[in-house]
Design a protein around this ligand. Structure first.
Ligand SMILES: C[S@@+](CC[C@H](N)C(=O)[O-])C[C@H]1O[C@@H](n2cnc3c(N)ncnc32)[C@H](O)[C@@H]1O
Length: 301
């Protein structure tokens, strides 16, 4: 989503940006190459270690911290830092999903295609609860709720029941263990056109392990506090729940105040940009972007 990010953040020399989800640094490099300063956060230690390498040519203009972006933004607010733009490119990087290029990044069970990987799914390996812990300990009602809420999964109840039955025989350990259950619940008739339901279900579990919606809800108001006048917050979502949360948050912020007879008394200092979707060109190089939505809010005054 390079074009959308550049349009959204308008990087220039000496501007300061926060990249809350540094990943492989693709977007950060766009900002750095335009001469900007980037304060980068990622909760994945491997990502931070790799940034130590690719970031060398940028010297002091790239400052990377191993942190959850809600914590990172909070620390900047405490320090009264103001920035020209903030990027949150939510979810996983393709390194974490495929593990093809990054030897260290995978082996954490994010992908249902790598059946021997342990069911871990912690983006931050210092966190305590793994995906296997959730499947092995949450009660049926809580599992059902997770599948309904995070995967919008109509068969969530049956899936939770099957998880509970399976773990009484043998605890969940690998991605393959979960995949087997998914394939029992969904007799496989997936043609090339239909996506495998395991994609949604693995994603739901990842959201639960990393408490992703709570972190996003905490981060949004902090991000706004950091914007200078003219500053922009650019959020790329890949999940409808996240996208709805961002959309609702923006709408509630960018509201003009009305007087007692309903005339606009104070214009909102924020403007919402029209939502961007990936272009056909983007989808050609990055098919995973198909569910991406880019939402920008700008602080005008
Ligand atoms: C989609 S990737 C970002 C890709 C990046 N924009 C690029 O161009 O390479 C998401 C990254 O954000 C990290 N991440 C996800 N949630 C996070 C959070 N709450 N705090 C910090 N990092 C997070 C993941 O570890 C992953 O590296």
């Amino acid at each position: 989503m390079a074009d959308e990010v550049v349009r959204g953040l308008a990087p220039e020399a000496d501007k300061v940006f926060v990249d809350g989800t540094l990943g492989g640094g693709g977007h950060a490099r766009l900002l750095l190459d335009a001469g900007a300063v980037v304060l980068g956060f990622d909760q994945d230690k491997d990502v931070v270690a790799r940034a130590g390498e690719w970031g060398k040519p940028y010297g002091e203009r790239l400052r990377v911290t191993h942190a959850n972006f809600a914590e990172g933004l909070d620390a900047l607010v405490q320090d009264a830092v103001m920035v020209d733009g903030i990027l949150l490119d939510l979810g996983m990087s393709s390194d974490q999903l495929d593990g093809d290029e990054a030897e260290a990044a995978d082996g954490r069970g994010f992908s249902y295609k790598r059946t021997a990987d342990p069911l871990d799914m912690r983006m931050n390996v210092d966190a305590t609860t793994t995906a296997a812990d959730i499947l092995n300990t949450w009660d049926e009602a809580k599992l059902t709720q997770m599948f309904f809420d995070y995967a919008e999964e109509p068969r969530g109840r049956a899936l939770a029941k099957a998880v509970v039955a399976a773990r009484s025989e043998r605890p969940f350990k690998t991605s393959g263990d979960l995949l087997q259950i998914v394939e029992k619940i969904y007799p496989l008739r997936f043609g090339l056109k239909r996506s495998h339901p395991a994609g949604r279900i693995f994603q739901a579990l990842r959201i639960a392990v990393n408490d992703e919606l709570t972190v996003l809800a905490r981060a949004l108001p902090l991000a706004l506090q950091l914007l200078k006048p003219g500053g922009r917050l650019c959020i790329i979502t890949f999940h409808s729940l996240e996208d709805r949360m961002v959309k609702k948050f923006y709408k509630n912020i960018a509201v003009d105040e009305l007087d007692s007879v309903g005339r606009v008394a104070t214009l909102s200092p924020y403007k919402i940009w029209k939502k961007q979707m990936p272009t056909a060109r983007e989808l050609e190089v990055n098919p995973r972007a198909r569910s991406a939505h880019v939402r920008v809010i700008e602080r005008i005054t």
